[in-house]
Write a protein of this length. Structure first.
Length: 59
């Protein structure tokens, strides 16, 4: 196998690794974002539920 082909393969492999690392970062970023969204929804819902509960038991 000529050296050029070897270097091409190595550079392709490195590029591929870089791409998958970036993909991995993007996926982790998305997961963190969705967790934050879910937490916000739960917190908002809890606040809303507490308001309703408080209003019902005001007397």
């Amino acid at each position: 196998m000529p050296v050029e082909t070897l270097t091409q393969i190595v550079s392709l492999y490195k590029k591929q690794q870089y791409n998958s690392v970036r993909l991995y970062d993007a996926i982790i970023g998305l997961m963190i974002n969705s967790v934050q969204v879910v937490v916000n929804i739960i917190l908002n819902f809890n606040g809303f539920g507490n308001k309703i509960y408080g209003n019902l038991h005001n007397d």
